[in-house]
Design a binder for this molecule. Structure first.
Ligand code: ZN
Length: 393
């Protein structure tokens, strides 16, 4: 979940990069020296085993699932970017390599570090696959932004200019020789693991710390395969919108690989209401593309799915303590009271009413707020904040 346009941060980063380049030029240090020694990405990725084994799993620095034995599940670590201590951030990879060829579908989670239901959804799906009866390959990566996950927070902590927090889902497709560890991790993972092994992809997320959401997708329905995949889930809502540049699903799409972002309920804890919806939908995707046998289960056609361009945010106008009067997925009408906000004395400072008739798609879970935060998202088309669309992702 992210509420603000990332442009400021991106411009700042681009500005820093241009400053660095200028500085290198002025001091006569070649830019090649300033960059890492990461070798160029080869045109065709083969599997490279580093020779290391961690917790019984072999380590790869690039992967081609064609190289893996068919009809089996493979558990590997992919070696990502280095830490400040010289060790590596490894990510966990499961490949269910079917007995017969077919579509290659990639599932990812953990691009944000506080989104546990996305990880659990992918784990559950993988546990239900029997590679011996599959036609095609399903690859899953559970923990792409591991340093963020280690501290149960959305953003990746790095040491570029002292302690920094970076939203990895604004960095894709990354750059193996880029400015900072997060861009490099994205580049390594995308170039050497995800992109070469995917015909279709799904990048699982949830709401975020401080803001609960219901179950929905974000994706561009003008791309036929994206629409097909999203409609195979029995979700409450679909936001038909590509969302921000730099998110993983847009990097896939730029590489010709249809992808979208499911949002599996609330952050931090396991959302046991939402997870089964996304497990069922993902198994439907596999069945639709002939990767596994079986009848399609419930889909969006069974859930009276709401489809819109974006949700209407209701922003707090005051700082203070919030008492919500509605619940997730409640239907509300224009003018219905949504929340009361009090100051530290308990005096009522603001009352918030619904600007539209619609359904509650997201709501603040923290009981306090500064002014300007999203208090409630209402599933109803039309409103933006100062011309800027916002999406819970
Ligand atoms: Zn997310």
């Amino acid at each position: 979940m992210m509420l603000k346009e990332p442009l400021g941060a991106r411009r700042r980063r681009n500005f820093m990069q241009s400053l660095l380049i200028t500085a290198f030029a002025l001091t006569g240090i070649g830019i090649a020296q300033a960059q890492s020694i990461a070798p160029a990405t080869p045109a065709k990725i083969g599997t490279v085993y580093t020779g290391d084994v961690i917790n019984g799993k072999k380590v790869v620095s690039s992967l081609n699932t064609d190289d893996l034995e068919a009809g089996k599940k493979h558990l590997l670590y992919f070696r990502g970017v280095q830490m400040s201590t010289g060790q590596y951030w490894y990510v966990s990879v499961i490949v269910a390599k079917g007995a017969r060829p077919g579509k290659r579908i990639t599932l990812t989670s953990g691009v944000h570090g506080d989104e546990m239901s996305s990880v659990h959804t992918v784990q559950t799906v993988m546990s239900q696959l029997n590679a011996a009866e599959m036609s095609g390959t399903v690859m899953a990566v559970m923990d792409i932004a591991r340093p963020a996950m280690e501290s149960m927070q959305r953003r990746w902590p790095s040491s570029g200019r002292g302690f920094e927090l970076t939203d990895m889902n604004r960095e894709w497709p990354g750059n193996e020789n880029g400015l900072g560890a997060v861009s490099r991790q994205a580049g390594l993972v995308f170039n050497r693991l995800l992109q070469p092994n995917s015909d279709l992809a799904i990048d699982f997320h949830t709401g975020t710390t401080g803001l609960d959401v219901s179950s929905f997708h974000i994706g561009d329905m003008s791309i036929p395969e994206v629409k097909t995949m999203m409609m195979l889930y029995p979700v409450a809502a679909i936001w038909n919108n590509p969302a921000y540049p730099g998110v993983l699903h847009n990097a896939y799409i730029a590489a010709g690989i249809p992808c979208f972002t499911p949002e599996v309920g609330v952050a931090r804890r396991l959302d046991l209401n939402a997870i089964p919806i996304f497990v069922e939908g993902t198994m439907n995707v596999f069945k639709h593309y002939g990767v596994i046998p079986g009848a399609i289960g419930r889909t969006a056609a069974d859930t009276n799915v709401y489809i819109g361009k974006n949700a209407m945010p209701v922003l707090t106008t005051q700082g203070g303590f919030i008492e919500l009067l509605v619940k997730l997925e409640d239907d509300v009408t224009v003018g219905q009271k949504l929340a009361i906000q009090r100051n530290a004395f308990g005096e009522v400072m603001a009352e918030y009413t619904s600007p539209a008739s619609g359904r509650i798609g997201g709501m603040r879970s923290d009981a306090t707020s500064e002014p300007g935060n999203v208090l409630v998202f209402i599933l109803a088309d039309g409103a933006t904040v100062s011309g800027t669309a916002t999406f819970p992702e």
